[in-house]
Design a protein around this ligand. Structure first.
Ligand SMILES: [Mg+2]
Length: 383
């Protein structure tokens, strides 16, 4: 047996940047709104032999957590776990992260992404190779429509059509039911061929929900995501039993343990997996494989992410055949005004192409990171 090359892959530095990135428009969702800026945290690991790897935490305060908490989790609680460790110890590092601090799944996803980026750059392999190999190299892209200005969303839909995109997820439940139907009608009229998906982001009260969802079903959506609150499992289960359209769990399922309970309680027919909810790419793979074995549909969702977290998610999906419902890594192209990643993700016929460069395949523009950083911690990065 050949031993691993004897290079010094110990992690020497962890730098943490909290960025506020401007967005193009207001967006509304059942669970809350977004305007002006989104908060993300960039983490950079530097090894003793000079490899720098990047990872991103993309929290949303009303959904998962906050950037301030993620930055503190990385700087104060996870720094002692990771500095001095060897990249190859990734599973043990991540287990120790779980012991060091509860929650903060976005910070853990950032750290794992950064380790995988370093490992890939060190070995010359794209991250999907470190996650099992290439199962799919082009992933269908879904873009979400969530602008309270219907005209603006129709303009975006035109742009999506020009770009060859055939899947949209309509955010519903942030205003009244009549407006939801008006928007669905308009989108379907503009693009009768659309693969239409619906996401309530918990926006419906269980009382009266079924009648509204029956109206929505007439638009033949591929699925209806998270119609009621995350913890209203009984309502999720009864809607799933009553509707013809598959129901997806998003806010109700963060972890593998959540998924197992969700399957036992039959609260949905599928799940939206996000590395920011489950704490990393390997955890996302476990959820996808378990859901798929149970016959559930598996979709790759995301948060308000930059091209860095999009790439982490793409490598996870690329290595995992269980993801069959596409992905929504669209914010860097359609929603953020500036992406700290230099290369835009390649888009071909409505599908994102999996990056083939070593690691995550992202060149981080440090000038943009510095320009939009509101806090930073850790040693300076090598020039
Ligand atoms: Mg959702």
């Amino acid at each position: 047996m050949t031993a691993l090359p004897d290079y010094d892959d110990r992690i020497e530095n962890l730098a943490v940047f909290h960025l506020k990135l401007p967005v193009r428009s207001v967006r509304k969702h059942g669970v809350g709104d977004v305007a002006n800026t989104v908060d993300v945290v960039y983490a950079a690991l530097v090894t003793r032999d000079g490899v720098t790897g990047w990872g991103e935490a993309s929290p949303w305060a009303v959904f998962t957590g906050t950037a301030e908490a993620n930055a503190a989790a990385l700087d104060r609680y996870l720094r002692p776990v990771v500095v001095g460790r060897r990249l190859r110890d990734l599973p043990r590092i991540m287990a120790d992260c779980d012991r060091a601090i509860a929650g903060n799944s976005e910070a853990k996803a950032a750290l794992e992404s950064a380790v995988l980026d370093c490992l890939g750059k060190r070995s010359g392999l794209p991250a999907y190779m470190l996650l099992g190999g290439l199962a799919q190299e082009r992933i269908a892209l879904s873009v979400s429509l969530a602008d309270p200005d219907l005209g603006a969303d129709l303009d975006l839909l035109n742009r999506l059509t020009e770009d060859g995109i055939g899947i949209v997820k309509v955010k519903t439940g942030f205003a009244d039911h009549a407006f939801d139907l008006e928007r669905l009608e308009a989108f379907k009229k503009a693009r009768p061929d659309l693969d239409l998906r619906i996401d309530y982001n918990q926006g419906l009260a269980p009382f009266g929900a079924l009648a509204k969802l029956r109206d929505v079903e007439t638009f033949k959506p591929t699925f209806i995501e998270q119609p009621v609150k995350a913890d209203q499992w009984q309502a999720m289960a009864s809607l799933t039993a009553a509707l013809d359209t598959p129901v997806l769990a998003d806010e109700s399922v963060f972890t593998l343990a959540d998924l197992v309970k969700a399957m036992e309680n039959r609260i949905a027919n599928g799940v939206s997996i996000k590395i920011m909810k489950c704490g990393g790419l390997r955890a996302g793979q476990a959820i996808a494989n378990t859901a798929s074995a149970h016959g559930w549909g598996v979709y790759s969702g995301d948060m308000f992410e930059t091209g860095l977290a999009h790439r982490a998610g793409l490598h996870m999906v690329a290595a995992t055949p269980a993801f069959t419902l596409g992905c929504e890594f669209y914010q860097s192209r359609y929603y953020l005004r500036h992406d700290p990643v230099v290369e835009p993700l390649a888009l071909e016929a409505g599908h994102l192409c999996v990056p083939q460069a070593p690691g995550l395949g992202a060149t981080v523009d440090f000038e943009i990171v510095e320009r939009f950083s509101v806090t930073r911690a850790g040693d300076d990065l090598p020039a």
